[in-house]
Structure formats: structure tokens, C-alpha cells
Design a protein around this ligand. Structure first.
Ligand SMILES: [Zn+2]
Length: 52
């Protein structure tokens, strides 16, 4: 973890660096990256029951 430059901001940072795409788009509260889609939804993305 290297968040030295973001220590004393307003404290309302919702996005951090995404580990997958490297963009500053990973939402902390949503636990999901808005850039590449990496996050909690990555594991629950397959819905086999929805297949017709
Ligand atoms: Zn990402």
C-alpha cells in the first residue's frame, strides 16, 4: 500500500487505483471498478439460469 500522496485530502475519496486496469476508478464503497468492471461483480456475473 502506498497512499502517501492521498493522506490528507478531504477524506471523501470514493475511487482508488484499480489493481486490474490501473486506473483511478475502483470504487471503495461499491467495491467495483467503473473502468474495467473489476470487483465484487466479477465473481457473480454468470447467470446460467437466465439462459433460455
Ligand atoms: Zn479497473
Amino acid at each position: 500500500m502506498s497512499t502517501a500522496s492521498m493522506g490528507r485530502k478531504s477524506g471523501k475519496t470514493s475511487h482508488i487505483i484499480c489493481r486490474r486496469c490501473g486506473n483511478h476508478s475502483y470504487h471503495i464503497r461499491k467495491k467495483r471498478c467503473s473502468g474495467c468492471g473489476y470487483g465484487a461483480q466479477a465473481t457473480t456475473r454468470k447467470y446460467t439460469w437466465n439462459k433460455k
